[in-house]
Design a protein around this ligand. Structure first.
Ligand code: BJW
Length: 228
């Protein structure tokens, strides 16, 4: 039997763009309407919690009306075929990989549908708004914040990600600009550790030169073609 390679797939906002979820840095993206330092840092939350909670309430509500697209579905098929030999590391806060049926998904920048209690450290699934300061289901304190990794905070589950990169034979980056670290550095880590590397993105990313191969176009087309 042929050896099954280990695959690590990194996804970013571009994979959800055709589901109608705004990217961050494309023309018309989120950071054209909001300043990062006003809404996506711990300092912003301390300074103006209403602005930050309102921003994430709006996005939490919006993602619940969106549906997975052909690229999410193609990766879910791969996840079913490859099982534990495939890991999807997503920078995305939406749950479209899971709703497409993928089972091995690691959210390194957090999730819109999760909240974190700063009083008791519990995490809870959450679909409602936070602006009215609802109590934490675990301890009753009104101390919930979005369970999201803001700039300057440590991304989640880095040990697991590096362990997977160590074992990877193939690293694939889909729909990410390569502007935000540490995710932007994974291609170099994977290369140094001996994996083949492939970029699938609408256009060349900032790190495109680090990949062995790059294919450019809309994710619904190029991801489906790659998986087939
Ligand atoms: C399509 C498509 C279609 C469109 N089909 N493709 C100076 C140098 C280096 C690093 C730093 C520095 N100063 C500060 C830092 C660190 C900082 C950082 O990287 N800053 C950079 C901006 C320079 N990073 C951090 O602070 C991180 N923490 C950290 O570093 O901790 C210390 C540490 C040290 C060592 C090891 C480990 C840790 C935390 C980063 C948290 C990022 N959080 C955000 C916001 C979340 C909250 C929110 O959503 O509101 O996460 S930022 C935002 O960017 C979001 C995304 O996950 C992330 C990546 O964006 P992504 O997904 O790439 O989206 P876009 O819009 O940039 O790109 C979309 C791409 O899709 C484009 O290329 C399009 O072409 C393409 N596309 N349509 C296919 N249909």
């Amino acid at each position: 039997m042929a050896t099954i390679p280990n695959i690590v797939i990194l996804t970013g906002a571009g994979i959800s763009a055709e589901s109608g979820i705004d990217t961050f840095r494309s023309a018309g993206g989120l950071w054209e309407s909001y300043a990062v330092e006003d809404v996506a840092t711990p300092e912003a939350f301390e300074r103006d919690p209403d602005l930050v909670l309102g921003f994430y309430d709006m996005r939490r509500e919006a993602i619940q009306t969106k549906t997975p697209n052909a690229a999410h579905m193609a990766l879910a098929r791969l996840d079913r075929e490859w099982g534990k030999d495939l890991l999807i590391v997503t920078q995305n806060l939406d749950d479209l990989h899971e709703r497409a049926g993928a089972s091995r998904v690691l959210h390194m920048h957090g999730e819109h549908l999760s909240v974190w209690c700063t009083a008791c450290d519990a995490r809870s699934r959450w679909k409602e708004t936070l602006i009215e300061r609802p109590p934490c289901p675990e301890c009753g304190e009104p101390a919930l914040r979005p369970d999201i990794v803001w700039f300057g905070e440590m991304p989640y589950r880095m040990d697991e990600i590096f362990e997977a990169l160590h074992e990877a034979d193939l690293f694939v980056s889909i729909g990410t600009s390569g502007a935000v670290y540490p995710a932007a550095g994974f291609v170099r880590n994977a290369r140094e550790l001996g994996a083949a590397t492939l970029e699938l993105n609408l256009e060349p990313s900032q790190g495109t030169g680090w990949f062995d191969e790059a294919r450019h176009g809309p994710a619904t087309q190029i991801v489906s073609q790659w998986v087939e």
